[in-house]
Design a protein around this ligand. Structure first.
Ligand SMILES: C[S@@+](CC[C@H](N)C(=O)[O-])C[C@H]1O[C@@H](n2cnc3c(N)ncnc32)[C@H](O)[C@@H]1O
Ligand SMILES: [Zn+2]
Length: 342
């Protein structure tokens, strides 16, 4: 999880205000220790964990890193009534869903706060089976060529719902899928109107398994606009932005100043994220699309991007998949670009 912790630590620094951090689910404490040591805007750090052995390890590791910190052993559901924070880290095993209500209690006196959530139940969010996702996230997933973005948007939706119950609106600052986990770091701001605005950013995706056409809206469309076949759907899910561009730019600047061993990988990754803002809430996997076209030979991704760009449709690569693009181009244009011989 080093890469995940590096990205998250850059996000803590990019908050650009003094923060009291709570690393709930701290285990060895490595995440919170990095946040505090790497970011001068961390005023204080508190480590929480259910296990006495974890708190003991976090204490030892903090001491050997010369870090002053607070330590609390116990269940987050109890500790939520004892601590307040501006930046909360929720990093359990599996789904974070049962801990979200507890999480928002930590923000109770605050007007704005930052929440960082990791979900390792990717198979649930990405729809290998529908029932666990309906149970844990109250949404229907879709297991198709753009499933990772759908899963991430379902996770954010679940957080937005809980935030709204606490009268807070959310703004995702950076959100991503990497290997076996999905992650989102967001700003939550108190206000009934803001909470309602977040609810208005929820909706559905519809998808035709016969021709690959996809779309989004408040409600799913029952029939495919391209071929008339019955649509499948996912949702409700978050249809707003996954990231805030200026926030990612700040993270990028901080990355340049730091000596992370994976600095260049992080830099490339942040550029992909930054470019994803302003696009529809799904991507196109060109390998999967070429199967719909019955094509053996697929043009290079760069060629497809150029072809769509030259027709006036801004097209970018996505961090979700190295064989996929994001574009507002009509489906017919995307398929035509795939047919194009380079
Ligand atoms: C995935 S690990 C955390 C990893 C750590 N954040 C890191 O970056 O290395 C999850 C931790 O959550 C703790 N935990 C599980 N349920 C908990 C609960 N209800 N309240 C507090 N801690 C809990 C476990 O003891 C475990 O140490
Ligand atoms: Zn269709």
């Amino acid at each position: 999880m080093r890469f995940c912790r590096s990205i998250s630590s850059l996000a803590v620094g990019a908050v650009q205000k003094e923060v009291d951090v709570v690393d709930a689910f701290c285990a060895s404490g490595i995440r919170g220790i990095r946040y505090a040591k790497e970011n001068s805007n961390v005023d204080s750090i508190t480590f929480l964990d259910l296990e006495a052995s974890a708190i003991k390890a976090a204490e030892k590791n903090s001491r050997s890193n010369g870090l002053g910190a607070e330590f609390k052993q116990g269940n987050i559901s109890r500790l939520a009534f004892e601590c307040a924070t501006d930046f909360l880290e929720i990093d359990p095993f599996g789904t974070p869903s049962p801990y979200l209500v507890d999480g928002f209690r930590f923000f109770n006196p605050k007007k704005t706060a930052y929440l960082s959530v990791t979900a390792t139940d990717v198979a649930v969010l990405c729809g290998a089976k529908t029932a666990p996702c309906l149970k844990n996230y109250h949404s229907k997933p879709l297991n198709n060529g753009f499933t990772h973005e759908t899963g991430l948007r379902i996770l954010i939706k679940r957080i937005a719902e809980v935030a709204a119950e606490f009268n807070m609106g959310i703004e995702p600052l950076v959100s991503f899928s990497d290997r076996h986990y999905l992650k989102t770091i967001m700003k939550a701001t108190r206000g009934a109107d803001l909470a309602f605005q977040s609810m208005k950013s929820l909706g559905h995706l519809h998808y035709c398994s016969k021709c690959g056409f996809r779309g989004h809206g408040r409600f799913p469309e029952p029939a495919c606009r391209n071929c008339g076949h019955e649509n499948d759907y996912a949702g409700p899910l978050w249809l707003g932005e996954l990231h805030q561009k200026q926030f990612i730019e700040s993270m990028g600047r901080l990355n340049q100043e730091r000596q992370y061993s994976d600095k260049s990988e992080i830099s490339g990754f942040l550029s992909l994220l930054e470019n994803e803002t302003g696009f529809p809430p799904y991507y196109y996997n060109v390998h999967q699309l070429s199967r719909f076209l019955g094509k053996g030979r697929i043009p290079k991704l760069g060629t497809i991007v150029e072809r769509l760009d030259s027709k006036g449709y801004r097209t970018v690569r996505t961090h979700f998949s190295s064989t996929s693009i994001k574009t507002p181009a009509p489906y017919s244009e995307i398929l035509e670009a795939l047919e194009w011989k380079s």
